[in-house]
Design a protein around this ligand. Structure first.
Ligand code: GLN
Length: 495
């Protein structure tokens, strides 16, 4: 058998059921890989004792014939998920030392399904960023490098640690969260699969809030089959989250037939951006050809309000963030700044928030507070909400015309170098999300599938956007694309 940490979730599951390996062996292989990969800075809190304890329990369950889908499979958890008794600080200084008394619903469900937590994964602070460079732990590093070049690259963000860890085979899969693209963009940058389900599919309870009307959890995996398997374990109704949908969860994996004959795939003309690299353009048309060859009908469509998505997102997301982050006041959670004699409660808030939040988070809080302020509420926040409705309607219109899924590039470029963008105008960084934010604004499911490499050998991803609640159908189209693209590249092992 290949090295155990290199297995996909589904291969490992099958091997466990056949008794060819044990969860303890799988877990030990991952723990060893993690310890040898500090250069990637992907795992920021390692939990080997918890992992081995859960692995032993999983082996006992498998022996007893009680093996749910994720039983015995070692995974990483993004630091945004609250994990009981284990550091959960959303990569922020303000939550240093925070060990929640509770477990997020998603990580609890994974645990109930037998998954083994290896530790917590690096990310951008409060999930704000596209390169993992806003993290208090320092940036995560991609296992990928450009051919003939040792410059360190970003694994993308905000779920950069998750992407790096899965791509480098430190774990079999990982959880991510996606508010504007944070599962799909890092997945595309590192040659793995990532799905953001329909808003309301996964409970947000116990996931540190960024922008509550946009945030969704999802799996980051080595294959579409793995994404189907893990998503099923993560989602479902949760009375503790009022926006969680009370809908049955289908067996997503059973829907992977690869048959997409007669499906209508839309190609939105507004996603053909000026200055888009030729490689991205080429990959996109090749992807459409692959789906056509598999029997789908390719249809040109229009999503006319696309160009307003990024500005609307960068009003709504900071507005919600500024409100959500008001709770970090030095009283209830994490850190409080050292105070001087004469300091009152106002100074405590100010000093704590100035010391505890990084620059990007402070920028978002300021933008959010501004767009929500009495004088500007209508001009910015309310207008952005109206634009959001128009964007959602664009999608509803094309789905009403019979479109089953929409194919777009996942990102406007391959991974960039660490440090290359951080001093640029922040808007340059925000442009990374141009193809992904529309999906969050409309609450739709979106998946990124690795589909090719650029001239320097770096992975490129394609995004498929599905109808609400039809993740099964979307995963099946992604499966057909995955089969046709046959992406097998792996990063060389340098770390
Ligand atoms: N890059 C986007 C942002 O910084 C999206 C982040 C995310 O999806 N969490 O807001």
């Amino acid at each position: 058998m290949t090295e155990l940490n290199k297995l996909t979730l589904s291969d490992a599951r099958d091997a466990l059921r056949k008794g060819e390996t044990t969860s303890v062996e799988l877990t030990e292989a991952c723990l060893k890989a993690i310890d040898a990969a500090d250069a990637l800075n992907a795992f920021v809190h390692k939990t080997p004792e918890i992992a081995l304890e859960r692995a032993k329990a999983a082996d006992a369950r498998i022996k007893a014939g009680d093996a749910p889908a994720m039983c015995g499979l070692p995974i990483g958890i993004k630091d945004l998920f609250c994990t009981k008794g284990v550091d959960s600080q959303a990569a922020s200084g303000i939550l240093e030392g925070f060990k929640p008394e509770y477990e997020s619903t998603v990580s609890q469900q994974l645990q109930d399904s037998g998954a083994v937590m290896l530790g917590k994964l690096n990310m951008d602070e409060f999930a704000m960023g596209s390169s993992n460079e806003t993290s208090v732990y320092g940036n995560a590093v991609s296992p990928w490098r450009r051919e003939g070049d040792e410059a360190p690259l970003t694994p993308g963000g905000s779920s950069g640690g998750s992407a790096s860890a899965v791509a480098a085979d430190l774990c079999l899969a990982a959880t991510g969260t996606d508010t504007g693209g944070s599962i799909r963009q890092p997945a595309a940058f590192t040659g793995i699969t990532g799905i953001k389900p329909t808003y309301g599919r996964c409970s947000r309870w116990g996931v540190v809030a960024f922008a509550s009307s946009l945030d969704q959890a999802g799996p980051m995996t080595k294959s579409v089959r793995d994404a189907a398997m893990m998503l099923e374990a993560m989602c479902g109704h949760d009375p503790k989250d009022s926006t969680s949908a009370d809908l049955a969860v289908p067996n997503f994996e059973a829907m992977l037939t690869g048959d997409i004959k007669g499906k209508k795939i839309g190609i939105p003309r507004e996603y053909r951006m000026d200055g888009m690299p030729a490689e991205i353009e080429k990959l996109w048309s090749e992807g459409a050809e692959m789906l056509r060859a598999a029997g789908a009908e390719i249809v040109d469509i229009s999503l006319p309000h696309t160009k307003y998505a990024l500005p609307a997102y960068y009003v709504i997301a900071p507005a919600e963030a500024s409100s959500n982050l008001a709770r970090y006041d030095g009283v209830r959670y994490g850190q409080r700044a050292t105070l001087e004699g004469g300091d009152g409660i106002t100074e405590m808030y100010e000093k704590t928030r100035a010391a505890g939040f990084g620059h990007e988070v402070q920028r978002r809080v300021m933008v959010g507070t501004y767009v929500l302020s009495a004088g500007f509420y209508d001009a910015y926040y309310n207008r952005a909400r109206k634009v959001r409705t128009l964007i959602k309607r664009d999608f509803e219109d094309v789905f009403a015309q019979g479109i089953d899924a929409i194919l777009t590039p996942a990102t406007p470029s391959a991974a960039f170098g660490l440090g290359e963008m951080i001093d640029a105008d922040p808007v340059q960084m925000y442009l990374n999300d141009v193809f992904t934010v529309t999906v969050n604004l409309a609450g739709l499911p979106g998946i990124s599938v690795p589909a090719g490499v650029d001239a320097k050998g770096l992975p490129l991803g394609l995004q498929l956007i599905g109808r609400p609640w039809e993740e099964g159908d979307l995963l099946n189209t992604a499966y057909a694309l995955e089969e046709a693209a046959g992406f097998v590249a792996k990063p060389g092992h340098w770390w």
